[in-house]
Design a protein around this ligand. Structure first.
Ligand code: SF4
Length: 345
């Protein structure tokens, strides 16, 4: 957010901005983004808000929220976050076909005049400007702050489309050779790093990690989560080393011996499952990729095979972003004892 502005959160992984001290708050149902502001704005001295809206939500029902904002003559700027995937639920393609030029044309028809496009690759629209409304402007993401300041000074409903492929999706597509993969990697020389943290500020990237050594806290790049955005070098730090054509070493897996596994499983004690007249609850917790959902599924299936009643409720929306994942697993001797799938406080 530009200094002095606030944003309202919406449904999607961008909701995480509201946990990150980014002047972003609020919670409303999918497709209701900005609807609350039309009335709220009449009871506050705050003249304007930004409203975040993902591309999937836009296509599903968010365009109706924009229409109502125009009808209500609200003073609001919608930020359409075009990341090219339903990133929160596993990176599925957005239902239907929706492109940045299509969104621009649709909202122009809804009466939105000021419509800058901001992207990490604005040059890709060179030669395609005729697909957009006539007054559309194109900006590199380094201009985001200035663009937002201009939008908030413009009365009425304005919109910004931020076009950048989801970072988690980039990594997944690269694994399938379905996305360009620059043949270079960045490393931080810990012997040179002074631990100032500027690379994290410049890049705002979760792959820049703290690492402690005998000289204090330094930084390193987590190569497995790096999306090769390379913005961490924007600070012009001498600690960075760029390797071109380098491949990561693969760690050797442990030799797997099925007989040894069977022997170890047989040696485990049979767990005591105290199922009398009350349910038994297990809350499995972790982050994305650690097997939380698998554990919940295995345990509940095992209970089912033993003829018990079982339920599993998984919260995994943020798994793609390295966020928390929960599996609420409940069993009971009979179905009648399992009233709800959530474990209460
Ligand atoms: S790598 Fe450079 S910018 Fe990052 S913490 Fe170390 S000295 Fe600072």
């Amino acid at each position: 957010m530009p200094e002095g502005s606030i944003a309202q959160a919406g449904i999607g992984c961008h909701f995480m901005a509201s946990w990150m001290e980014r002047d972003t708050t609020g919670l409303i149902q999918m497709g209701g983004e900005g609807v609350d502001w039309a009335s709220h704005s009449m009871f506050t001295k705050t003249p304007h808000v930004f409203q975040n809206l993902g591309d999937g939500t836009y296509f599903h029902s968010g365009i109706l929220a924009i229409r109502q904002a125009v009808a209500a003559k609200a003073n609001i700027t919608y930020k359409i976050l075009y990341n090219d995937a339903v990133a929160m639920t596993g990176g599925q393609p957005v239902d239907g076909s929706i492109s940045v030029p299509q969104i621009a044309r649709q909202v122009e028809a809804e009466g939105i005049a000021l419509l800058p496009i901001v992207s990490d690759e604005p040059e890709k629209y060179r030669g395609h400007k005729d697909q957009f409304p006539r007054d559309t402007t194109f900006h590199h993401r380094s201009e985001l702050d200035a663009v937002q300041r201009r939008l908030r000074e413009t009365p009425g409903v304005t919109m910004l489309i931020y076009d950048q492929t989801c970072a988690a999706e980039k990594r997944r597509r690269r694994k399938k050779n379905a996305y360009p993969d620059p043949d270079k990697r960045l490393f931080i020389n810990e012997a040179v790093c002074e631990g100032c943290g500027d690379c994290g500020v410049q890049s705002n990237c979760l792959s820049v990690e703290p690492v402690e050594n005998e000289l204090g806290r330094k930084r390193r790049i987590d190569q497995s989560s790096c999306n090769k955005d390379f913005s961490c070098v924007n600070g012009f730090c001498p600690s960075f080393v760029t390797l071109e054509g380098a491949k990561l070493k693969k760690t050797e897996g442990h030799a797997f011996d099925p007989a040894e596994l069977a022997r170890r499983v047989d040696a485990l004690p049979v767990p005591h499952t105290p199922l009398d007249d009350a349910p038994y609850d297990i809350l499995v917790t972790g982050v994305g990729g650690t097997g939380v959902v698998t554990v919940g599924a295995l345990i509940s299936m095992a209970a089912h095979l033993e003829g018990k009643s079982a339920s599993a409720l998984d919260f995994m929306g943020f798994a793609q972003k390295g966020g928390s994942v929960l599996s609420f697993v409940r069993f009971a001797a009979t179905d009648a004892l399992l009233n709800q799938v959530r474990i209460d406080t």
